[in-house]
Design a protein around this ligand. Structure first.
Ligand code: FNR
Length: 239
């Protein structure tokens, strides 16, 4: 391996992987303490430095502090969640109903990250073939913020059990702006060491070795060293 002057140090590398592996979706552990403005500004800067198709930067950030607005979003969640529960039956339905899937009022701050699909005009470099790349770009902004938040000790929870049209109306979004991520943010009592859905028995992490294909879909891996390395990692947490 060649090292350039701007290589990460061992501890910087460790810090980055730590943020990746210890990031959690938070719903139940929020503390009411406000997030200081400088911390929030750093999180928004991290999001704003995400890659984007054609450097489109299609995101906007709606900082929602008003309890009234948050309460109206919680009502939308409750309506959508009731419908969602109906899609399951028996034990699974009971398990679903026992899950906590939002922290809209417990968290001190909500943030909606949107995608302005018309930003920089109709022809965006790199987007003509795959129109959804502006939405993908916005998801990368979400992930940047999520990882930076973990490093700041701030928990983030993504709430998508929401009717998109009603959410857009509640936030007064223009027609061409899509609400990609509705997030709850706040300091936490703890970061769980596994996804809450896994801890509650909803679903487990899949073995990575089953998800890596060789050459084409379903193809066996020819690179035996890679296969051995993948099989040797428990839980994927080797840094
Ligand atoms: C696009 C999208 C949408 C949602 C989520 C995530 C993403 C990426 N997640 C969080 C999700 O359940 C969580 O990421 C996984 O369970 C894995 O857990 P960790 O994020 O690793 O803690 C999520 N969680 C929740 O409680 N309510 C929700 O509506 C959603 N919606």
């Amino acid at each position: 391996m060649t090292a350039s002057d701007d290589s990460f140090t061992e501890s910087e590398r460790h810090g980055l992987y730590r943020a990746i592996y210890e990031r959690r979706d938070v719903r139940s552990q929020f503390l009411p303490d406000p997030i200081p403005a400088d911390v929030l500004a750093r999180l928004l800067q991290a999001a704003h430095h995400a890659p984007s198709v054609g450097f489109m930067q299609p995101w906007d950030f709606i900082v929602i502090e008003s309890r009234e607005v948050r309460a109206s979003i919680l009502t939308l969640f409750e309506q959508a969640n009731e419908k969602a529960a109906e899609r399951f039956t028996g034990e699974r339905k009971n398990l679903y109903k026992g899950l906590k899937l939002q922290g809209i009022l417990e968290s001190p701050l909500n943030l909606c990250i949107t995608c302005d699909r018309s930003r920089s005009g109709p022809h965006v470099l790199g987007r003509d073939s795959i129109m959804e790349t502006d939405l993908f770009s916005t998801c990368l902004a979400v992930q940047n913020l999520w990882l930076a938040a973990r490093a700041e000790g701030v928990g983030v929870g993504w709430v998508s059990v929401l009717d998109q049209t009603q959410l857009s109306a509640a936030l007064n979004l223009p027609e061409h702006v899509y609400p990609v991520a509705y997030l709850c943010l706040g300091y936490v009592s703890e970061f769980l060491d596994q996804p809450e859905l896994e801890a509650k028995g909803w679903r487990s992490r899949l073995p990575l070795s089953e998800l890596v294909h060789g050459d084409t879909w379903g193809g066996a891996l020819i690179n035996e060293l890679l296969e051995a390395a993948l099989n040797g990692q428990s839980g994927g947490k080797s840094v």
